[in-house]
Design a protein. Structure first.
Length: 192
């Protein structure tokens, strides 16, 4: 049992070190030797857990896909649209802030989509959901109608993803707070 526990802990340590590596350097720049060294193991030990760099990256992209789909599933049918908007956008921003593996997955899916010349599915699906919710919130007079649902949705997406990609100059810790402040701009009569 102790051997299995030790192997599981090592596996998790490799995932944590890899998440940091992929987040910082992307797929092409990620170095398996640095990952192994960070964990204090050999590259061979890393390969015992993940047979290739592709397999390691796939661990993050599949987990990322699952999590963002779960975030979209949090849109409650009976909840007010503004509540759902905040839940999804603040939830997404919070995951970027708190979950290094989520950030690694985002970086990897974004890079992969760029090689195909299109936006990642998460951007398209999130944009569609946000635009619908903004329109619903405007109809219920929960949000300003001074801007189109598409414009507000685009601005919020830009804020979330822009904060991620400008993390060196804007600490990720500010992302959740900035998303909450953005909602104040569109709905000044409500609390964040």
């Amino acid at each position: 049992m102790a051997k299995q526990e030790r192997a599981a802990r090592t596996h998790e340590r490799f995932l944590d070190a890899s998440a940091d590596e992929f987040s910082r350097h992307g797929y092409a720049g990620a170095n398996l030797q640095r990952i192994a060294a960070h964990v204090g193991m050999t590259k061979g030990a890393l390969y015992a857990h993940f047979p290739s760099k592709d397999a390691l990256a796939a661990a993050f992209t599949s987990a990322f896909d699952q999590v963002w789909h779960e975030l979209l599933q949090q849109i409650g049918e009976g909840d007010p649209p503004l509540t759902n908007l905040r839940r999804v956008t603040v939830g997404f921003a919070d995951r970027l802030h708190t979950d290094l593996r989520f950030r690694a997955g985002l970086r990897l899916v974004y890079e992969e989509a760029c090689t195909r010349g299109k936006a990642p599915a998460v951007v398209d699906d999130l944009s569609e959901a946000l635009t619908r919710l903004v329109g619903d919130a405007q109809e219920r007079e929960e949000l300003t109608t001074a801007h189109s649902p598409e414009a507000i949705s685009s601005l919020i997406l830009s804020l979330i993803f822009g904060m991620y990609y400008t993390a060196p100059s804007n600490p990720l810790g500010d992302v959740t707070e900035q998303v909450c402040q953005a909602w104040q701009l569109f709905s000044p009569g409500t609390a964040a």
